[in-house]
Write a protein that binds this ligand. Structure first.
Ligand code: UD1
Ligand code: CA
Length: 453
């Protein structure tokens, strides 16, 4: 049976103490709700229905890329009420899985296990907790069959002793779910329509309730405040670090790397402490990423050395190149193989040709640089005239002396040598020496100004 996934995300999240709706807070750089949406998609959901409420406009705006039906729950009258609303948008012939927008880390295999064979039954994910306070408790009969769920606030002292709790995650056929939701009421301690009330009703009718556990309790933990958000972030990062190491990546300290996106890292990559990888990052084997470096949506080739404190964004670094320390590669920087970009160098929308070097204190923007070029310290491409950007072309084997300004648009011919301190405003021929500075003079007897008394 095709699967419809319902995600409850209408809660306000008061304890986040935030103007941002809770489900938009980020874990590993991605909204909590998006983690849950992605999990639904990975399960191959035929449709995803998201129940939203608080901060609705913001949620709709930030999640417009999700392929989902959005159902507004204007008043949060309980989880049962929320699912009732959702079912209005669901194909009731489908099976329905209920997930929560603030429970971001449920693993694929745990959900798959829950969904394994629940025809004519209700599947419920439960977990045993040392401290079950606050959760709905699972009631079972002497044959260990689930016969209902009692909420904390409605539980007797004896029921409060039960340590198997409701995660909230359940699956059932759409019609069966609707049938029991039509029968619930709000005569309880909180005056809410409890989704959990369907279990006693179904059990009474002889419907079997099957249960499964997640592999770890954190998989079903929700985010109610920023402490829990930080805790789940650390668990998630530890899981990623473990996976990287299993895949052959050396991490100087698995507790000091953050991956916020999809990192595709080959074996024999070494990653030093405090590295942040964001978005889609690919790193080829044998490469070394220095401490405190941030790499965002970039492709790093094989045997590349990124020294400490580099920021690389939307850039490509080919095999055997070297970057940093303290270098910044901005969008559309492309370092060809064996090139070097050194300290306090900024590169934007430029090609650095094979074997070329920009080793110290330079800005290279909108530049096409050939092979084996040497850029002296303090060279600046003046690419911006205050209104428009212009291009600099530096052909193969050029040697640019220190402290040169290249005023774009300008082309420097092949094999040219530029004397230090030049301001290049005109295109040059190939194979020439270019100098643009006044000859050195010595003025004898000149005195420095003296301070007036
Ligand atoms: C619920 C369960 C409880 C379970 C616990 C697990 C019920 C009645 N109780 O309790 O058995 O142990 O989750 O965390 O289901 N929501 C809506 N609309 C509403 C109400 C809630 O979208 O009208 C959403 C909330 O945003 C939240 C989720 O549903 O993401 C759970 O709601 P919450 O009120 O926190 O339920 P609990 O009291 O924690
Ligand atoms: Ca809750």
């Amino acid at each position: 049976m095709p699967l419809s996934v319902v995600i409850l995300a209408a809660g306000k999240g008061t304890r986040m103490k935030s103007s941002l709706p809770k489900v938009l807070h980020k874990l590993a750089g991605k909204a909590l709700l998006e983690h849950v949406y992605d999990a639904a998609r990975k399960l191959g959901a035929a449709e995803v229905v998201i129940v939203y409420g608080h901060g609705g406009d913001e949620v709709l705006k930030q999640c417009s890329h999700m392929d989902a039906s959005w159902v507004e729950q204007k008043q949060q009258l309980g989880t049962g009420h929320a699912v009732q609303h959702a079912l209005e948008a669901v194909n009731l012939d489908n099976d329905v899985l209920v997930l929560y927008g603030d429970v971001p880390l449920t693993q694929q295999h745990s959900l798959q296990q829950l969904l394994d064979d629940f025809e004519n039954k209700i599947a419920l994910m439960t977990v045993k907790l040392e401290n079950p306070t606050g959760y709905g408790r699972i009631m079972r009969n002497q044959h260990d069959q689930v016969i209902g769920i009692v909420e904390q606030k409605d539980a007797s002292d004896a029921q409060k002793q039960i340590n198997e709790v409701n995660t909230g995650i359940l699956a059932a056929n759409g019609r069966l779910l609707k049938n029991y939701l039509d029968q619930i009421n709000n005569n309880n301690a909180q005056g809410e329509y409890y989704l959990t009330d369907i279990f006693a009703l179904a059990a009474n009718d002889g419907i079997e309730i099957i249960s499964s556990h997640p592999s770890a309790a954190w998989e079903v933990e929700g985010v109610n405040n920023r402490l829990q958000l930080a805790m789940l972030e650390r668990i998630h990062q530890a899981n990623i670090a473990e996976q990287l190491m299993t895949d052959g990546v050396t991490l100087a300290d698995p507790a000091r790397i953050d991956v916020r996106g999809e990192a595709d890292i080959s074996s024999d990559v070494f990653i030093d402490v405090n590295v942040i990888l964001e978005g889609a990052v690919k790193i080829g084997s044998g490469s070394h990423i220095g401490a405190n470096s941030i790499i965002i949506n970039s492709v790093i080739g094989e045997n590349v050395k990124v020294y400490a404190n580099c920021i690389i964004e939307s850039a490509v670094v080919d095999n055997n190149a070297e970057v940093g320390p303290f270098a910044r590669l901005r969008p559309d920087a492309h370092l060809h193989s064996n090139s070097k970009v050194g300290n306090f160098v900024e590169i934007k929308k430029s090609v650095i040709g094979e074997g070329s070097k920009v080793n110290h204190l330079s800005y290279i923007g909108d530049t096409e640089m050939g092979k084996n070029v040497n850029i002296g310290a303090g060279t600046i491409t003046c690419n911006y005239d205050g209104a428009n950007k212009h291009k600099t072309v530096i052909k193969d084997n050029v040697f640019v002396g220190s402290d040169t300004q290249l005023v774009a648009p300008v082309t420097v011919g092949e094999n040219v040598t530029i004397g230090a301190g030049a301001t290049i405003t005109k295109n040059t021929e190939d194979n020439v020496l270019v100098i643009s500075r006044s000859p050195q003079k010595s003025i004898k007897g000149w005195e420095r100004p003296k301070k007036k008394i």
